[in-house]
Design a protein around this ligand. Structure first.
Ligand code: PGA
Length: 255
């Protein structure tokens, strides 16, 4: 497995944090802390912060993503945002199927697949999230479950489109809890996701797909997690709201 085939991607997931003025202040700091990155740096921000983020990151190495998008292009879906809307703004990435969307907003594997296809059809890069609950880990079904989530999420995604997809393994029990998966656990599941992609698209495509780890990744543990052969980056929640910490994680991924 050649890790050099893949560029590391560190993506911040701001969740429901930061007003536009707060976003501007954080980005001003981030521009400094990540400017020497040798990996892709993305910030996924609330919809209302997108315009600010796009403006403030212009001409920098920071790319901008949304945290979700609807699967229809337009229509009677009050409160939703479509992929063409994001595309026209200049957004490049979008998180799809985060466990908080699945747990609190009824997202299913099937809607994750539809949203992934919608994002890809607009040329957005989807960061597709998969991961198990603690109970499922204890039942010993993590690998089967994550393989199934991956397979369903990727239904009807072509091999060509697959080159744009990022997958994030995020064990639900590690998100926002301070409990991180060990580097070995993260690597094991990431390798299983890559094997699933290989079964669907062949080894060449699988070797190139970026698979992140997410779940309490922080300045202290990033280096070890990112040193693993199948961990190609991180999806960072809490620590992405602190410019210094995010900078340390980006540095760890740049090695
Ligand atoms: P966390 O969140 O880093 O705060 O655990 C990660 C995520 O939810 O993407």
């Amino acid at each position: 497995m050649n890790k050099n085939l893949r560029k590391a991607v560190i993506a911040g997931n701001w969740k429901m944090n930061k007003t536009p003025s707060e976003a501007k202040a954080l980005i001003t700091e981030l521009k400094e802390t990540v400017k020497d990155a040798n990996c892709d740096v993305v910030i996924c921000v609330p919809y209302v912060d997108l315009e600010t983020a796009l403006r403030e990151t212009k001409g920098t190495n920071i790319k901008v993503g949304a945290e979700n998008c609807h699967f229809e292009k337009s229509g009677a879906f009050t409160g939703e945002i479509s992929a063409p809307m994001l595309k026209e703004m200049g957004v490049e990435y979008v998180i799809i199927g985060h466990s908080e969307r699945r747990t609190y907003f009824g997202e299913t594997d099937v809607t994750v697949n539809k949203r992934t296809l919608a994002a890809l059809s607009e040329g957005l890069i989807p960061i597709v999230c998969v991961g198990e609950y603690l109970e499922q880990r204890e039942q010993g079904i993590t690998e089967e479950l994550v393989a199934m989530q991956t397979k369903i999420a990727l239904q009807n995604v072509t091999a060509e489109q697959m080159e744009k997809v990022i997958i994030a393994y995020e064990p639900v029990w590690a998100i926002g809890t301070g409990k991180t998966a060990t580097a070995e656990q993260a690597n094991e599941v990431n390798a299983c996701i890559r094997a699933t992609v290989a079964k669907l698209y062949g080894k060449e495509v699988a070797d190139k797909v970026t698979i992140q780890y997410g779940g309490s990744m922080n300045a202290a543990n990033a280096e070890e997690l990112l040193s693993k052969p199948d961990v190609d980056g991180g999806l960072i929640g809490g620590a992405s709201l602190k410019a210094v910490d995010f900078g340390v994680i980006v540095k760890a991924a740049s090695k």
